[in-house]
Structure formats: structure tokens, C-alpha cells
Design a protein around this ligand. Structure first.
Ligand code: ASP
Ligand code: MG
Length: 412
């Protein structure tokens, strides 16, 4: 198995500017292509960009809950689906939506071509289900763009160095879009979704949450890692490493969304706190009689993204991992012959803001706010721009609301 630890600078197959027109990558999520009418609407939007003079690459997710449905089918057939066949199966959802959209574009009087990840030249490592992009060979896309076509690329997938179909992890169409934007030299990577942008908190929990005009990559990374579902974490990391400006916006309106940019970018508002993210459940594992180096090497070996880590005593370690990695962690810990346990009755509330770096007192106010509503924080972790507290799942919503209120995020 070959593993790519760092998603390398993709080859810039051609200089977009030298080709005379700006290139945009426009990515549409599952809810934006939920039915055939919506796919026709997306076709209109792509054609409008083309008619405005852009070279257009569209990246569509699978329709609605297609990917969930495919995974359900796999699980019905097998408790542990063969990884290669799993990727063969789940990659099909994106072929459907992109091919349908290409047909709709023809009916609007434009030419289009839909490509699988493999046809689009997205080369990955061989880690099925969670592959990393090793290289983008942009020639075929550039040729099609030169032929005046709107190019549609099936998101979430590539071809491995062993010539197998791979997928890029859940939410991986964002990664496809960011990688293509970097490799093809796009002016902007637009992420179209069913919300207006990135908000100061989940509007379902905090009705007066505010849409943010702009965020730094670091803030967006922390938000995505802390439960904000609007962008896949890896795609933000990649965009930062390759200077891709991201614009998260609504499929259903023309309004400006949220820009994700470099710290120096003039669009930033320089707020102290940008938002509160949450997850309802983040499993917490406790392991004994194993040293940290060995444990985390094993977890890395099975591609688990560990979040919080606490060395409780010389022979006891506590760590958290995303819910999707829970089974993998349990299997691994079970195989090590050590004493371990897991609890899944906690969620996590995270306060994030680049201004935290230079403003003392944020932690004090966070703890005072939680204490004030009688919420006990079981585990606390921080970064220079984040304070995260594990709290009981039942307390997550009111903790988010209280922090949003205490830091006056609705008016910032
Ligand atoms: N369809 C894939 C998923 O649901 C990829 C994506 O939508 O980004 O995870
Ligand atoms: Mg998504």
C-alpha cells in the first residue's frame, strides 16, 4: 500500500491566463443536485458562467443521498465490504449526476463533456475509501476547454497508481474541486451548497447566527475540524497549501457567500472570534498500558485522524476521534491486547477566531459562560485560535447558544 502524507503541488498542466480567459471551478454539493430539475438549474448556472466569458469546470457531487444509499447497499451485502469493490460502487453516484448535467447543458445549446476522476487525470495513492491525490494530469481537461466545452468532473474519486478506482473520503468532491482549481490555475474555486455561506454558528441552533463575509484558511480549518460541515477538512488544507481562494455560496441565490482566504487578504474583518462549531458526538477513548508513540503510530497506520489527546498518567492516554473513525479505533484497540474503553455520550463545542492569538481572557470567559449555565466540560483542548470543550451530548446545543450570546457573535 502506498500512502501520501502530503498532497503534493499538482502539476500546472497549462497556464490558464495564457489561454486568454479566466477559469472557474464550480462545485455543487448533493443537495444542489438532489433531483433532475435541480441538475437542470445547475446546468443553467454553468452555462451562465460560460456565457460570461469564463472557461468552466463543474464538479458535481452525487444526487441527494445517493452515496449514503450506496453505502447502505454495500453494508446489506457485507459487514466489511471489500475496499476495492466499495470504491467501485460508491464512485458511481457522481457519474450519474455529472452525465445528466452534461446532457442538460447540450439542451441549452452548449457543448459539455463529463469525465470520471480517472478520465480527468486525478491520480491518487492506493488507500481505498480515503485516497489522497498524488498528481493531477490536466491535459485532457485543458484540451476539452480549448474545444469550448464545459467540463464536468465526477467529484470524490480518482484512479490509483495501481490503476484502480479510488474515492477521497466522505465529502471528497470539495477536494476534487480544490485540486482541479490548483492544478488548472483557476481564479477561484466556488463551492455551491444549500446554505448562504459559513455562519457564526449552526442557524438551526442559533437563529440569529450571522453569515461571515470572509475567514482565514486557519479559521476554516478549525471550524471544519470542529464539526462545521460546509467544507471537507482536507480540501481547506489543500486550498491553503496551494493558494486557492475558496468562495462558499448558495446554489439557490446570487448572493455573495463566504470567502476563505489568506490572513493578509483585505476582505477579512479581523474579528476576535469568528464562530462556534459543534459536534453532537465525538467518541472519547481511554487506553492503558501502551506508550503514546506506539499507540498513535498504530492509529496513523489505519488512517485515523486523532483530535484531542491527553496523557492522563504515565500509563494512561485519553484521545478523541471523529465518529466516522469509531469502528476503526475500536477494532484497532481490540487487537492490541491492552486495557481500553470508549464513551460516546459526549459532543464538542469549539470557539474559533484568529484574533484569539492576541486577546487574553477568551478561555476564562468560555469557562465562566459554560459554568453559568451549569454545563461541565469533561475535556478541554486548545490551539492558538481555538478553545474546544467536550460536554454531554445533551448540553451541546445550549452551550453553543450561550457562547454565541456571550461573545456577541450576532453583531460582530
Ligand atoms: N458524494 C460523496 C459523499 O457524499 C462526496 C461528496 O458529496 O462530496 O460523501
Ligand atoms: Mg459536502
Amino acid at each position: 500500500m502506498t500512502t501520501t502524507h502530503y498532497e503534493a503541488v499538482p502539476e500546472v498542466a497549462s497556464d490558464a491566463q495564457a489561454r486568454g480567459r479566466d477559469l472557474v471551478v464550480m462545485k455543487f454539493g448533493g443537495s444542489s443536485v438532489g433531483d433532475t430539475q435541480k441538475i437542470k438549474d445547475v446546468a443553467h448556472r454553468l452555462v451562465a458562467a460560460r456565457e460570461a466569458g469564463y472557461r468552466v469546470v463543474g464538479v458535481l457531487s452525487a444526487m441527494g443521498h445517493t452515496t449514503d444509499e450506496l453505502i447502505r447497499l454495500a453494508r446489506e451485502v457485507s459487514a466489511r465490504p471489500n475496499p476495492r469493490e466499495y470504491d467501485m460502487l460508491v464512485s458511481t453516484g457522481e457519474r450519474i449526476s455529472n452525465a445528466l448535467c452534461a446532457m442538460a447543458i447540450y439542451d441549452l445549446g452548449h457543448e459539455a463533456v463529463s469525465l470520471t476522476g480517472s478520465q480527468a487525470g486525478i491520480v491518487t495513492d492506493t488507500v481505498h475509501g480515503k485516497a489522497k491525490i498524488a498528481e493531477v494530469r490536466g491535459q485532457r481537461i485543458n484540451d476539452a476547454l480549448d474545444d469550448e466545452k464545459i467540463v464536468l468532473v465526477a467529484g470524490f474519486q480518482g484512479v490509483s497508481s495501481a490503476n484502480e478506482v479510488t474515492t477521497l473520503g466522505r465529502g471528497g468532491s470539495d477536494m476534487t474541486a480544490a485540486a482541479l482549481a490548483a492544478a488548472l490555475g483557476a481564479t477561484v474555486c466556488e463551492i455551491y451548497t444549500d446554505v448562504e455561506g459559513v455562519f457564526t454558528a449552526d442557524p438551526r441552533i442559533v437563529p440569529n447566527a450571522r453569515k461571515l463575509k470572509a475567514l482565514t484558511y486557519e479559521e476554516m480549518l478549525e471550524l471544519a475540524a470542529s464539526g462545521a460541515k460546509v467544507l471537507q477538512l482536507r480540501s481547506v488544507e489543500f486550498a491553503r497549501n496551494h493558494d486557492v481562494r475558496l468562495h462558499v455560496r448558495s446554489t439557490f441565490s446570487q448572493a455573495e457567500g463566504t470567502w476563505i482566504v489568506d490572513e493578509e487578504d483585505p476582505v477579512l474583518e479581523k474579528a476576535i472570534i469568528s464562530g462556534v462549531a459543534h459536534t453532537d458526538c465525538e467518541p472519547l477513548f481511554r487506553a492503558r498500558e501502551i506508550d503514546a508513540a506506539k499507540l498513535f503510530a498504530q492509529l496513523a497506520g489505519v488512517s485515523v485522524n486523532v483530535d484531542t489527546i491527553l496523557q492522563v498518567s504515565s500509563d494512561e492516554i485519553v484521545f478523541s476521534a471523529p465518529l466516522e473513525d469509531r469502528e476503526t479505533c475500536e477494532q484497532l484497540l481490540g487487537s492490541l491486547g491492552i486495557e481500553w474503553s470508549m464513551r460516546d455520550d459526549l459532543g464538542k463545542v469549539s470557539l474559533i477566531g484568529a484574533g484569539m492569538k492576541s486577546h487574553p481572557g477568551i478561555a476564562a470567559k468560555t469557562f465562566a459562560t459554560l459554568e453559568g449555565i451549569g454545563v461541565e466540560s469533561k475535556v478541554i483542548s486548545t490551539s492558538p485560535i481555538k478553545i474546544a470543550c467536550h460536554v454531554a451530548t445533551a448540553d451541546v446545543s445550549r452551550s453553543v447558544a450561550a457562547l454565541h450570546d456571550a461573545f456577541e457573535l450576532e453583531t460582530a
